[in-house]
Design a protein around this ligand. Sequence first.
Ligand SMILES: Nc1nc2c(c(=O)[nH]1)N[C@H]1C(S)=C(S)[C@@H](COP(=O)(O)OP(=O)(O)OC[C@H]3O[C@@H](n4cnc5c(=O)[nH]c(N)nc54)[C@H](O)[C@@H]3O)O[C@H]1N2
Ligand SMILES: Nc1nc2c(c(=O)[nH]1)N[C@H]1C(S)=C(S)[C@@H](COP(=O)(O)OP(=O)(O)OC[C@H]3O[C@@H](n4cnc5c(=O)[nH]c(N)nc54)[C@H](O)[C@@H]3O)O[C@H]1N2
Ligand SMILES: [Mo]
Length: 747
Amino acid sequence: MSHKKPIEHYLKPAGGWDALRSSWQALRDQQVVMKGASTLLRANQPRGFDCPGCAWPDRNPHSTFEFCENGVKAVANETTSKRVTRAFFEQHTVAWLDQQDDHFLEAQGRLTEPMLYDAASDRYRPIAWNEAFASIARALNTLGSPDEAIFYTSGRTSNEAAFLYQLFVREFGTNNLPDCSNMCHEASGVALTEQLGSGKGSVTLEDFELAQAIFIFGQNPGTNHPRMLGELRSAAKRGCRIVAFNPLRERGLERFANPQSPADMLGGGSTQLASEYYQPRIGGDLAVATALCKVVIESGAVDREFVDAHTHGYEDFAATVRATQWDALERESGLSRADLEQAARTYLDSTATIVCWGMGITQHARSVATIQMLGNLLLLRGNIGRPGAGPCPVRGHSNVQGDRTMGIYEQPSAIFLDRLGAEFDFAPPRAHGFDTVAAIQAMHDGRAKVFFAMGGNFAAATPDTALTHEALRRCELTVHVSTKLNRSHLVHGRDALILPCLGRTEIDLQADGPQAVTVEDSMSMVHLSSGMNPPASEHLMSEPAIIAHLAAATLPGSRTPWLELVRDYDRIRDRIARVIEGFADFNVRVRTDGGFHLHHPGRSRMFPTASGKAGFFAHALDSHRAQDDVLQLMTVRSHDQYNTTVYGLDDRYRGVHGLRRVCFISTADLARLGLRDGEHVDITSVWHDGERTVRDFRLVEYDIPSGCLASYFPETNALVPLDHHAERARTPASKSIPVRLRRSTPA
Ligand SMILES: Nc1nc2c(c(=O)[nH]1)N[C@H]1C(S)=C(S)[C@@H](COP(=O)(O)OP(=O)(O)OC[C@H]3O[C@@H](n4cnc5c(=O)[nH]c(N)nc54)[C@H](O)[C@@H]3O)O[C@H]1N2
Ligand SMILES: Nc1nc2c(c(=O)[nH]1)N[C@H]1C(S)=C(S)[C@@H](COP(=O)(O)OP(=O)(O)OC[C@H]3O[C@@H](n4cnc5c(=O)[nH]c(N)nc54)[C@H](O)[C@@H]3O)O[C@H]1N2
Ligand SMILES: [Mo]
């Protein structure tokens, strides 16, 4: 329990003793102090496991453990000594469990055996693995078409599991492979593929050592990528400028005390991170990036040599930018011309600049345009394919990038399908499948009837909660491969199964011995991960083994030797090496020197786009019509959650303790709307198809621009209409929800 007041501003640097204290607390809460501590020493080590926290790369695979508070929480929650047993399910109906909050569900511990929903008693009952596979196979094989099944993936799934999974799904006959990326960095992939010919970031950690400026848009690394703060600290110490754009003042972008530095910890030292901190309006970044481009172009600072040799579209783009007026740029960005010019000067003074971005950029209607404008900014000065420079979309889940590389994608290329079909001797389906938004629509309209999830928490992570829950409940069958109990097990189809699997930290023993898997981080480094703890239960299976058994049960005519492949994962990797570009000699290269880097063509100034060059893209600004009582709400993560997994009820750096239903609001808006700090409000989103409301959020006066609000997800997902998503990328626009506030009436 927290002894703190619910709201108390946090004035200390991020990190420091509080980070150590909170890590220790996480280990104690999960009753795993000794086991957890020894497990942590193996996180991100050459012969250890890849931290299931985030996708930020490892600094040095040979150094001792890299401390990260939120990595500790992720590991503690996986290695927990608590268990969800058959007795637990016997005791509680699903209806009762569904009334509990996400924090309660997560806190029950690890799942231990396969369970099947029994409607008569409204309870989950144990089922043998073979019967579970047979019943899923039956449901799949009696569908009218393979396209009536949906196969979701979350981003913790290993490369080996992801590769087998997409193969199984395509042999079954569909490309319905939505994934968490559809809600995350999809816009980055769409924007960068068109602009640079690769959807991934081009920088590596070495570039962070060489950059003269690092621009960070819409990202909160202090909470979501704490190991990035170590890089920013070193950069700041050697004089690199760090420029942050964020409507909220985030503690983790301002100042950091490194828990691994004796001087910081014992000497009370800390480092200022952001040298400039700008607070644009929510969704104002397209205007910010356009303004920076305008200054570069109009001050004659364009790198003509690079532009002429490597790009197309400059003249049209430059004409559009020149024609954009400063009053529009100021109005749409929410920043003054003086501020925008100052940021542009910093950009011009640097000969090597990295641009990082996160969900504050991708989860908007105009996210693809915004990312391409950031790309334009880099191209203007040749800031790609140069040491210390390039785009850096900071990915979320630890293997979300690898899953895409392995073919988890509803819009596979013809070349990829050709190679897959040739290697496994089958004809892959060609029609593109459902992304996350389309999958929800299809289940809702009855066009899809089976929902299968490899990890994640679809019911809670997705937008438009009421509609999505109804969509899941209309399914004939829902299946979840999971480590922990979550909402998606409780919002289920007519039939439902929970298949419990091994986590990253556990020994994966197959017929030929213990196995390692591989992952790809946000900077395209591929490396091995092997667990060392005994499994949480003797009944758990690995993800690859679950897929192989399911495939063998579902596809009797398949020519793929499913069960042979999972005896030894080297066999899977040999197949990956033959199908996926860049993976030649996979088994050898992944065992040398902490893994290997997948080449990014942009690093050598190759741009495999349609034209063979990098592209400038012009994008008009929105015209923002201020409506007095409509505000923009962004839904963000607290410091004590991992997406839908709620570890605790504090958000230390934002000064919130013991509650999650909060709404950050500016002093000006409080006054304007006649509301007070500490009052409770209902939040209603206003959309063409009607209103959606969540109730009883405590207002917290905060340093945020007028017209902007922030709350946590998943509590606020009910407010995001399913059709409110990014142009082209279809990422739900969960960072710009138009809402009204009304004082709550006491129940
Ligand atoms: N501990 C922990 N680690 C995580 C996760 C977690 O939940 N917990 N989640 C993982 C995943 S899947 C992901 S994708 C990443 C997410 O990591 P982030 O991208 O940092 O995600 P958010 O918490 O959603 O925060 C987005 C930031 O964008 C800002 N923002 C919102 N709207 C705008 C805008 O319009 N403009 C600008 N400039 N800024 C804006 C918000 O104030 C916030 O600081 O983290 C990964 N790592
Ligand atoms: N409003 C709003 N909505 C959002 C976002 C937002 O910022 N705002 N962010 C979006 C983003 S960026 C993302 S990535 C999605 C996240 O969406 P998901 O990836 O679907 O959700 P998670 O909460 O990460 O999934 C947590 C569950 O994964 C399971 N799990 C954990 N480890 C493993 C494992 O090793 N194997 C298996 N099989 N299961 C495991 C556990 O059962 C746990 O309950 O949410 C999106 N939704
Ligand atoms: Mo994400």
